[in-house]
Design a protein around this ligand. Structure first.
Ligand code: ADP
Length: 269
C-alpha cells in the first residue's frame, strides 16, 4: 500500500486554519454538542475571529439545530462544499445538510463514515480560519482514529481535545476510556469539563447536586490523570430551550451561572 493520496489534499485544504480543537465525550447525552455550540458562539462573538464548526457526529448530528441552521442545504461548486453561515464569521458543516429531511436515519458502515469525514476534511472551502471546532461522535470510535490520523498531519496539527463528562459514575467511567484513548493516540488534552454539575434554584439560589458522584467527580479524575480541570457547568433548563431555538444561550441568559461558567472555560482555552 502506497502513501494515502488524500493526505496532501487535506493538508492543502486546511493549511489556512490556525487552531483546531476537538470536543470529545465518553458517552452520549452529556452535553458535548451543546458545549461545541457554546464554544463556537463565544469565539465568534469576537468579530475579529473567523470560526468554523465541523459536525462529525455523523449518526447524531445536532449542531444545525443548535446553531439555528436546521433547514439549510449545502452548496456544492466545482471547488468543493461551502459551509452554511450562521453568522458572517461563523460557518458550519454537517451531514445533516445533506440529508433529505431531519428525521432521516443514518445507518452507515464505518468505511462510509470514514470516507465522508475525509471528504469534509478535503473538500470544504473554509478559507482562512482562526478556529475550527470539531464535534466528534461519543465514545472512542474508528472515526476518531480517522480524524486524528488526518488532522495530526496538517499544518499545526490538532491543538488538543476538550473532554466533557457529567458527574455521574457511568459518564466518568466512559470519559476515563476516552482519556486513555487520547493518551494512546497522542492527542493533547486541553482539559476536562464537568457538565450538569448541580442545579442552582432560580428562586432560593440554593444549589442541589443532582448527579452526585461518589468518586469526587470530574475534578478528581482530572487530578488523577494530571490534566487541567477547566470547570463545572451547572444545569440550567434554559440551555435546552436556547439550543432548541437555535440561539446563543450566552447572549440570551447573561445572568445564568452557566453562562459565567462557560465563558470562564472558554477564556482558559
Ligand atoms: P451530547 O452531544 O453529549 O450527546 P447534547 O449536547 O445533545 O449531548 O445534550 C444533551 C441534552 O442535555 C440536550 O437536550 C441539552 O440541551 C441538555 N443539556 C446539556 N447541557 C446542559 C446543562 N448544563 N443544563 C441543562 N441542560 C443541558
Amino acid at each position: 500500500k502506497g502513501p494515502d493520496p488524500d493526505i496532501p489534499l487535506i493538508q492543502d485544504n486546511l493549511s489556512q486554519i490556525q487552531h483546531k480543537v476537538l470536543v470529545l465525550s465518553g458517552k452520549g447525552g452529556v452535553g458535548k454538542s451543546t458545549f461545541t455550540s457554546m464554544l463556537s458562539w463565544a469565539l465568534a462573538s469576537d468579530e475579529a475571529l473567523e470560526v468554523g464548526v465541523m459536525d462529525l457526529d455523523i449518526c447524531g448530528p445536532s449542531l444545525p439545530k443548535m446553531l439555528g441552521t436546521e433547514n439549510e442545504i449545502i452548496h456544492q461548486s466545482n471547488s468543493g462544499w461551502s459551509p452554511v453561515y450562521v453568522d458572517d464569521n461563523l460557518g458550519l458543516i454537517s451531514i445533516q445538510f445533506m440529508l433529505p429531511d431531519s428525521d432521516a436515519a443514518i445507518i452507515w458502515r464505518g468505511s462510509k463514515k470514514n470516507s465522508l469525514i475525509k471528504n469534509f476534511l478535503k473538500d470544504v472551502n473554509w478559507g482562512p480560519l482562526d478556529y475550527l471546532v470539531i464535534d466528534t461522535p461519543p465514545g472512542t470510535t474508528d472515526e476518531h482514529l480517522t480524524i486524528n490520523n488526518y488532522l495530526s498531519k496538517t499544518n499545526g496539527g490538532i491543538d488538543g481535545a476538550v473532554l466533557i463528562t457529567t458527574p455521574q459514575e457511568v459518564s466518568l467511567l466512559d470519559v476515563r476510556k476516552e482519556l486513555n484513548f487520547c493518551l494512546k493516540a497522542g492527542i493533547k488534552i486541553l482539559g476536562l469539563i464537568e457538565n450538569m454539575s448541580g442545579f442552582v434554584c432560580p428562586n432560593c439560589k440554593g444549589e442541589s447536586k443532582i448527579f452526585k458522584p461518589t468518586t469526587g467527580g470530574g475534578k478528581a479524575l482530572a487530578k488523577e490523570f494530571g490534566i487541567k480541570f477547566l470547570g463545572s457547568i451547572p444545569l440550567d433548563p434554559r440551555i435546552g430551550k436556547a439550543c432548541d431555538q437555535g440561539q446563543s444561550f450566552l447572549d440570551m441568559y447573561e445572568d445564568s451561572p452557566a453562562t459565567d461558567a462557560i465563558l470562564d472555560i472558554v477564556n482558559q482555552l
